[in-house]
Structure formats: C-alpha cells, structure tokens
Design a protein around this ligand. Structure first.
Ligand SMILES: [Zn+2]
Length: 154
C-alpha cells in the first residue's frame, strides 16, 4: 500500500507527496525502470544515473517525479529503495538529494530553489561538491558512489 501520491507542486511542476504518515526508516518506494548506457539514454526524458555508465529510464510511476532538495526528507538505502530520513507528515512533499546519484564529469548542473537553509544553490555532480557536503550526504549515496569514493577508505 503506497503512502505517496503524485500531484502538481507549486514550486516545480509535478511532485510526490505523502498521503499518510511515514515513519523514519520506512521504505517509501523502490525506483525501477530499464537500464541504459550513457550513449543509449534519452536525456530529454526522465533518467537517473545509477552507475558509472548506467542509467535508469522512466518507470512512468511516481519515482520519476520525486523532486530534489538539498535538505531532503528521504534518501537511498542499499540500492534503489527510497527510505524516510525522518518522520514525514501527510501533505509533505517527498524529496531526495540528486547529488547522491549524479556523478558525471561534464554535468553542468542546474539551479536549485529548494529553499532549505543549507541550499547549495545548484544541483551538481557528487564529485563537484565541497568535501563537507560529500561527507554529510554519504550515508544515502547510491552503492556505485559508495564504492567509488569510500570503500577503499573503509
Ligand atoms: Zn537546494
């Protein structure tokens, strides 16, 4: 039974909102879709980087529409499961930090208007974030980024 619903968001078009209380640590949804390489990816359509040269295409479900926040209330745990980082009340928009997935050398980024006190002003590749931010969002990195940046350091 899903606890989220796809709705129009004032700030940035479509968004996903809680329609029931969600408890910290609870799985909200699992992202799905077809896997593509960079060369095969249609960058005009929804896509999520999940590996060095691996992209998840659209599922045409709510997971395509979860917006970014620099102070998100959800994040990935152990793969493509999006879990609540804190208790979430009905009506709150579900957000995750896109920089926990994106890590392209040539990703120009795009402006962020999430409004959080810690807003970075721009959504960027993980590699371009300040080290302190990288450490802060480390627990919710996709596995390929955990392995790439942190496994050798323990
Ligand atoms: Zn922001």
């Amino acid at each position: 039974m899903t606890k989220v619903v796809l709705e129009s968001s004032d700030s940035h078009g479509k968004g996903v909102f809680a329609c029931a209380p969600i408890t910290q640590g609870e799985r909200i949804m699992t992202f799905s879709g077809t896997l593509f390489s960079h060369a095969q990816t249609d960058f005009n359509d929804y896509h999520l980087q999940v590996g060095e040269d691996l992209y998840l295409g659209p599922s045409r479900g709510p997971d395509d529409y979860v917006n970014h926040s620099c102070a998100p209330n959800s994040g990935f745990k152990g793969g493509l499961d999006l879990v609540a980082l804190r208790d979430i009340m009905p009506g709150e928009e579900i957000t995750w930090d896109y920089s926990t997935a994106i890590d392209e050398a040539d990703f120009a980024g795009f402006p962020c208007g999430c409004g959080a006190p810690v807003c970075r002003g721009k959504v960027e590749s993980f590699r371009h974030l300040p080290p302190l931010v990288q450490q802060r969002i480390r627990p919710w990195l996709l596995p390929y980024l955990q392995d790439k940046y942190f496994s050798k350091q323990g």
